[in-house]
Design a protein around this ligand. Structure first.
Ligand SMILES: *[C@@H]1O[C@H](CO)[C@@H](O)[C@H](O)[C@H]1NC(C)=O
Ligand SMILES: *[C@@H]1O[C@H](CO)[C@@H](O)[C@H](O)[C@H]1NC(C)=O
Ligand SMILES: *[C@@H]1O[C@H](CO)[C@@H](O)[C@H](O)[C@H]1NC(C)=O
Length: 251
């Protein structure tokens, strides 16, 4: 098997495993046992997906997450990912004919919902669809600075940009408005969940949509997202770039 096929099989195997068994075998200490000086290790476990599915930030790590998300560290972590993404993009052998694609997730990737999460206590509350929808419709999310730079550089290099989000069709106008207001221009396509995508796990929905893009003849060189479910599954990009997000987990 060549290494590409091998890697694909591994990714498919991993995603299958995560479907069958949502509970990790080795569990983190119970929420209360996580002390505040343990939170940086908890964050690393979450970023690497060693923690598996989790529902909310452990009570003792809420202040840690608030400090991280509003501080210099998060900004710099995103910048490092952006710079590595750009270095990869520059090294890519382009196929030409406008068929070179890059896929971006939106929330916590192109747009930052930190102002919203700041209001509701940084992940300590269970996701509230009603209040998040109100926030989406306000179209007030700022750009994630590092990815706005990356986005513009990729366009300069000749990549077609596909935006693939878990947001729904009824949020299209607000999402486009927000993207334009925060500085994004000239994406190739904005893909949102339609009625037939309702209730699908993100990993299946996003894989299906990437496969559709590939079937149209595009080569997906890179993919950027803050969730593993943005990046895993099938029709995965040649390289995937994981942005940090210790606020929430989407299976
Ligand atoms: C990212 O790249 C820019 C431009 O080369 C550079 O100024 C910046 O210091 C880099 N940031 C990090 C965190 O490496
Ligand atoms: C969700 O947010 C709405 C609007 O802000 C609020 O009225 C409602 O009580 C919240 N639901 C929960 C379960 O917290
Ligand atoms: C959103 O809808 C309004 C009202 O229909 C329209 O004027 C505006 O151009 C739309 N914005 C976008 C980005 O499609």
């Amino acid at each position: 098997m060549d290494s590409g096929v091998w890697l694909l099989s591994l990714l498919v195997a991993l995603s299958t495993v995560s479907h069958i068994r949502s509970e990790p075998i080795l569990r983190l200490p119970s929420e209360k046992a996580i002390s505040s000086d343990y939170c940086d290790s908890w964050r690393l476990a979450v970023e690497t997906n060693n923690a598996g599915a989790w529902e909310r930030v452990p009570v003792n790590c809420v202040d840690f997450v608030a400090e991280y998300m509003t501080g210099e560290r998060y900004r710099r972590d995103c910048e490092v990912v952006g710079n590595l993404s750009l270095a990869f993009a520059r090294s890519v052998r382009m196929v030409g004919d406008g068929r070179d694609a890059w896929v971006f997730d939106i929330d916590e990737t192109l747009l930052s919902n930190v102002p919203y999460y700041q209001e509701i206590g940084f992940g300590f509350e269970i996701f509230n669809e009603t209040s998040f929808d109100t926030w989406v419709h306000s179209a007030a999310a700022p750009a994630l600075a590092a990815n706005l730079i990356l986005y513009n550089e990729l366009k300069e290099l000749g990549f077609k940009i596909f935006l693939l989000t878990g947001r729904s069709e009824y949020q299209r106008n607000a999402t486009e408005t927000n993207l334009l207001l925060s500085g994004y221009r000239n994406w190739e396509r904005l893909i949102l969940r339609g009625s037939s995508d309702k209730g699908k796990p993100a990993i299946s929905y996003k894989s299906e949509k990437r496969e559709e893009v590939e079937n149209e003849g595009y080569m997906i060189h890179g993919s950027s997202g803050d969730q593993w479910s943005d990046l895993w599954g099938y029709a995965v990009a040649a390289r995937s770039f994981k942005l940090p997000n210790p606020m929430y987990y989407i299976p």
